[in-house]
Design a protein around this ligand. Structure first.
Ligand SMILES: Nc1nc2c(c(=O)[nH]1)N[C@H]1C(S)=C(S)[C@@H](COP(=O)(O)O)O[C@H]1N2
Ligand SMILES: [Mo]
Length: 252
């Protein structure tokens, strides 16, 4: 497909999603509101941009479905895990007292939080479904602090566009845009179903992103960077997932 007709299709999709007339308008909107995802594959990668842009237009403020307590899955099953590293075992032996979440990048006050410090913020909870791209899912109560609270504490620069987050597992890192980072259901989760978050489910600390597919909810979070440019991370596609063929934006 030629560059021009691709572009036309994208802007037609955005125009439809936004309910505006005219491809020129839609084109300018896509640029202005940053609706081109980092893994778009070319100037106008058709599928990814269309999905991301129309989801963002339609669901920017929507909430993931929350369930009543009787819908919680028993027992919550966990995905397969790689064997823990020596570093992880050392932290676990110390009951995670030395676990830290550091935040840097486009923030006024880079900081490092212990679990106790994170728990000193008002705890929030949500009963939501975690859906794996492989087709299975479970419903659980997630307890933690909304990421927005912590981003507020470190004072994110107004020009910031993304939050990149890293696991103690080196292959696991991802990012979300500010709409998802500041979304009220995006949690730094340290609890599950009234208890500590089990290691099998990403304990002691995991990012919970309930509006996207399970792989965005990265386990064992140790570091976050706030940025306006994803090109300098990994292969520049926004996360490890597109490097393996999965979409950066995996909205439900
Ligand atoms: N660090 C890390 N995070 C991860 C994974 C992983 O293997 N390592 N698996 C991902 C995938 S593919 C899914 S579906 C969910 C599974 O969450 P669960 O183990 O709580 O079921 O975690 C995601 N986060
Ligand atoms: Mo998954």
């Amino acid at each position: 497909m030629s560059g021009i007709s691709r572009r036309k299709l994208i802007t037609t999709g955005i125009a439809a999603a936004a309910g505006v007339a005219g491809l020129g308008v839609a084109d300018r909107m896509a640029q202005k509101y940053g609706l081109v995802p980092p893994d778009h594959g070319g100037i106008w990668g058709l599928g990814e941009t269309l999905t991301y842009a129309s989801q963002r237009m339609l669901t920017r403020h929507s909430l993931a479905r929350e369930f009543t307590r009787d819908k919680i899955s028993k027992p919550p099953f966990a995905n397969e895990l790689a064997p823990p590293s020596e570093e992880f075992k050392r932290l676990q032996a110390g009951r995670f007292a030395d676990w830290r979440l550091s935040i840097d990048g486009m923030v006024a006050r880079p900081a490092s939080f212990s679990l106790d410090q994170l728990k000193s913020y008002p705890a929030h909870s949500q009963i939501t479904m975690l859906q794996c791209e492989e087709g299975w899912s479970y419903i659980a109560e997630w307890i933690g602090v909304p990421l927005s609270q912590i981003l507020q504490a470190v004072e994110v620069h107004p020009q910031a566009k993304y939050v990149v987050y890293f696991s103690i597992e080196p292959d696991w890192w991802d990012s979300v845009d500010m709409a998802d980072a500041l979304h009220p259901q995006t949690f730094l989760a340290y609890g599950l179903n009234g208890d500590e978050l089990p290691v099998g489910n990403g304990g002691p600390l995991r990012l919970r992103v309930p509006r996207q597919v399970g792989y965005k909810s990265v386990k064992f979070i140790t570091h976050m960077t706030v940025t306006d440019n994803l090109k300098t991370f990994g292969k520049g596609l926004g996360s490890a997932s597109p490097e393996g063929g999965y979409a950066w934006y995996a909205g439900l």
